[in-house]
Design a binder for this molecule. Sequence first.
Ligand code: ZN
Ligand code: ZN
Length: 234
Amino acid sequence: MNRVPSQCAICRSWQTAPVCHDCMIRFGEPCKRCRTCALELPAELQSTQCARCLREPYGLDACFAALPYAFPWVELVSRYKFDSQTGWAAFMARTLLGQSAVRDFLSQLTRDDWLLPLPLSTERLAWRGFNQSWELACALQRQSACRATSDASLLLRIRHTRPQSELKRNARRENLKGAFAVEPLRISELKGRRVVLVDDVMTSGASLLTAASVLRQAGATHVSAVVLTRTAPT
Ligand SMILES: [Zn+2]
Ligand SMILES: [Zn+2]
């Protein structure tokens, strides 16, 4: 995917990268984001947090996102997820690691920390054939100095839920009640540990926050997230 000349997935120009340099500049320029919820912030803002996170503590200690969940990335993520184009995980990890904040954050993790993909229900995993967040977590680890232990069976999705995208904001939290659990035999492995959740898309943040609270109940002291895309503030 990297060296063979191919067309840019966005503008169709011929080059060697899956997304060409011009498209990355045009659609993927890093921007200032809230350090706890990763919402885009005005570049000139002094604060490192958005108003909502300043008002009340957010459920994540830190959150990083690389791209807006908007054109053309929505289409690219859906090709990755729904057309099983898993090769995109390498590009996605590279884009995240292109940001020094993400690189630095991941490189200070130790073997005692966990890098956990947001899990899918057994039904959805069987239907899709792979967990896109797990592929992304593995690619992040392959391409960085991250020493955290990655694991796809410590945090579980024990209940199949309707896709969050079909629901209104306040129904999303409700939909996720009881959806996540820590593997009962391994709860002690989270005591006093730091956890980084990995996901491809963050919209309302309800899934990440619900998973984070389950991890904290199991004893995790620090829960943060690395996501590829984040929706714009509403
Ligand atoms: Zn292009
Ligand atoms: Zn925020």
